[in-house]
Design a protein around this ligand. Structure first.
Ligand SMILES: [Mn+2]
Length: 341
């Protein structure tokens, strides 16, 4: 992290935001725990400073996040388009949290592109590509929440409270797979320790995120593992797919397939996993890996996506079967990389 550069930027932002402003916080489509945790933490922080703040998400997010403090204040562009467009057009400042390419804001992209606000990006994904006045980009941060906490500490540490800490902890916990992925560093654990000092209830947070599924979702997981998982030992790879008919059969709701992509990585020797989810107009694909195999490169090159080294996503307009076929046909070219130590 360019600590000095961040420090200078924070000092200038502090100066610019020393009087009340209209601030819009936004994040990527299909917001996850990190996106919502960061957005709602920063929302509270800026509100405490007296700003007129709004959080606008491009679309729905999983129900297991709707207990986060101030969740009820979130504006959903898909469902409240007129209000959201008004907020975007009239904002003095727009903060882009947990994404670094405008197109990741999906249907909001054009409205955001036309906004006249001063832009700030706070993100931890590689290869930022967003025109902003202030850029806080740190690919060594486990999560946007981890990075945001350090920014808030430098900005005004006194404003951080247990509700803000709860939001931040949620993002750090979910982006690190409960502190198990390689992106959880010494700093991550220091951040976790700081957050615990605010008296947050970490077992409650875990319970609400991970032990909050329907019986149907557990049955769907069983079906995926039993009937839908394909394993390719020669490529140390596995995939799972779900078509629309199967989703209907299991009363699928947003968030139900969260984490499914990680399941095959529990198999001895498997280092690369893909999860294909059929949507009405496209197929969404999640990728996970262990070690040095870059799912980010793979997703960027073949499936119009990207993300992190070990976790990324993409999509295609191809039919589900064709997308799976393409994935399988790509594997031989990566055999060496997937079998390297
Ligand atoms: Mn993130």
């Amino acid at each position: 992290m360019h600590v000095l550069e961040h420090k200078h930027q924070i000092a200038r932002l502090k100066e610019e935001l020393s009087s009340p402003k209209r601030v819009l916080i936004t994040t990527h489509q299909g917001p996850d725990g990190d996106a919502m945790g960061a957005s709602l933490a920063f929302y509270q922080f800026l509100k405490k400073m007296g700003h007129d703040v709004a959080v606008v998400t491009p679309n729905d997010y999983p129900e297991f996040l709707n207990w986060l403090p101030h969740n009820g204040d979130v504006v959903n562009y898909m469902r409240q388009k007129v209000l959201a467009e008004d907020l975007i057009a009239n904002a003095d400042y727009i903060f882009h949290l947990d994404y670094n390419q405008l197109r990741r804001s999906a249907d909001m992209t054009n409205t955001l592109a036309n906004a006249t606000a001063v832009r700030v990006m706070i993100d931890h994904h590689p290869e930022p590509n967003l025109l902003v006045k202030y850029s806080f980009s740190d690919t060594t941060a486990s999560s946007t929440c981890e990075l945001l906490l350090t920014i808030m500490q430098a900005w005004n540490n006194d404003l951080i409270d247990s509700d803000i800490a709860t939001c931040i902890y949620t993002g750090v916990m979910t982006d690190t797979g409960c502190f198990s992925f390689p992106n959880a560093t010494a700093r991550t654990f220091t951040v976790a320790s700081v957050l615990l000092s605010y008296g947050i209830d970490r077992t409650m947070i875990y319970d609400r995120i991970y032990d909050n599924f329907s019986a149907q979702r557990m049955r769907l997981m069983g079906y995926c593992l039993n009937d839908k998982m394909e394993v390719f030992p020669e490529y140390r790879t596995a995939l799972i797919s779900l078509n629309l008919e199967e989703q209907r059969r299991y009363d699928f709701v947003v968030g139900d397939s969260e984490g499914f992509v990680n399941l095959p990585l529990s198999i001895k020797g498997i280092r690369f996993s893909a999860f294909f989810l059929e949507k009405e107009d496209k197929v969404k694909i999640s990728f996970r890996s262990k070690g040095d195999f870059s799912t980010n490169d793979f997703a960027r090159k073949h499936f119009k996506g990207g993300g992190h080294l070990n976790a990324s996503g993409g999509e295609t307009k191809m039919a589900l079967d064709a997308a799976i076929r393409q994935f399988r046909e790509l594997l031989p070219a990566y055999q060496k990389a997937l079998n390297a130590l």
